[in-house]
Design a protein around this ligand. Structure first.
Ligand code: SER
Length: 304
């Protein structure tokens, strides 16, 4: 039986993973550095993933045998304080790996991101294997993590797995400090008939994925026999690509008439180094990855 520790559990992904595991009666210990605003359907402890001793104590106390390590400072926040972002992203990662080795935990999930790509990656359609030259501290930390996954898996016989998530769209839980966040902000503003100022230019195409696809896909990937996984660090996956202007038009078609003002800021520079489209054929072939929610189905969730 899996007994799962989720770190950074109150973020955009964590709460959705908790819902999923709860439905499947899997034991989850959720941890974060702040208290939840509403009651969670699993055990919860305040714990900082930077605090090795505290996490060690919780792993032992709760007989944890799988970790979903979701702590991360995202792209836009990372640029505001790169030293802090590197420290949090890498030190917490190293702590989890070290603790896993010491406690006999083999299976770990750690999300990577489209931020690992860069200006040399052929951004119009990024392949699974291409040049990776991330231009943000977030992307650099994700690429470092990808290399460490491969290294630690070999060196310590671990089973750390990772997916390069595009922008994740969710409405119950919000992301914080990312570059793809605009999509959720625009949908919610226009739905509430509020004008929205978009921090990206209207023609900035970025890949996106609806939360249910992200969660179901991750669970499927984690359940696959390791032998079938040819990619030893992180798989490309995607749902659909869209620009802010295309989204605005879709929202207009759904009857939203509030204005969108385009006023790009530093996040435009980040988006300009990220892929427009993702080639996820390797994930499709190796473990049957597919998405279910295109943009229209995603919007249907909100405008039902
Ligand atoms: N959604 C993330 C961000 O915008 C990308 O992984 O930072």
């Amino acid at each position: 039986m899996e007994r799962i520790l989720i770190t950074g559990a109150l973020g955009q992904l964590g709460q959705e993973f908790i819902k999923f595991f709860n439905k499947n009666n899997t034991y989850v210990l959720a941890t974060d550095i702040r208290s939840p605003l509403k009651v969670l359907s699993c055990d919860f402890e305040i714990a900082d993933a930077m605090d090795e001793k505290r996490i060690d104590y919780l792993i032992k106390k709760n007989n944890i045998n799988v970790v979903y390590h979701l702590v991360a400072v995202l792209s836009a926040n990372g640029e505001k304080n790169p030293f802090m972002a590197w420290e949090i992203n890498m030190k917490s990662f190293q702590n989890i790996i070290n603790l896993s080795i010491n406690n006999g935990i083999k299976k770990i999930f750690w999300p990577s991101s489209i931020a690992v790509f860069g200006t040399k990656s052929n951004l119009s359609f990024v392949k699974q294997d291409c040049i990776l030259n991330p231009n943000t501290i977030y992307g650099i930390s994700k690429l470092a993590g990808e290399r460490l996954i491969d290294y630690y898996n070999n060196k310590f016989d671990l089973d750390i797995r990772s997916l390069r998530y595009p922008g994740i769209i969710s409405f119950d839980t919000k992301p914080g400090g990312g570059t793809t966040d605009y999509i959720i902000e625009m949908i919610q503003s226009l739905k509430n008939e509020k004008e929205y100022t978009c921090f990206l230019n209207k023609n900035t195409k970025l890949p996106m994925l609806y939360i249910d696809d992200a969660i179901n896909g991750t669970i499927k990937y984690m359940s696959i026999n390791k032998i079938n996984l040819r990619v030893k660090d992180a798989y490309n996956i995607t749902g659909f690509s869209i620009t802010p202007f295309e989204l605005e038009k879709k929202l207009n078609e759904l009857g939203c008439s509030a204005k969108v003002i385009y006023n790009s800021d530093f996040r435009q520079d980040i988006a300009d180094t990220w892929p427009k489209e993702i080639d996820d054929s390797t994930a499709r072939k190796d473990w049957g990855w597919k998405f279910d929610y295109g943009i229209d189905k995603t919007l249907k969730v909100v405008f039902k």
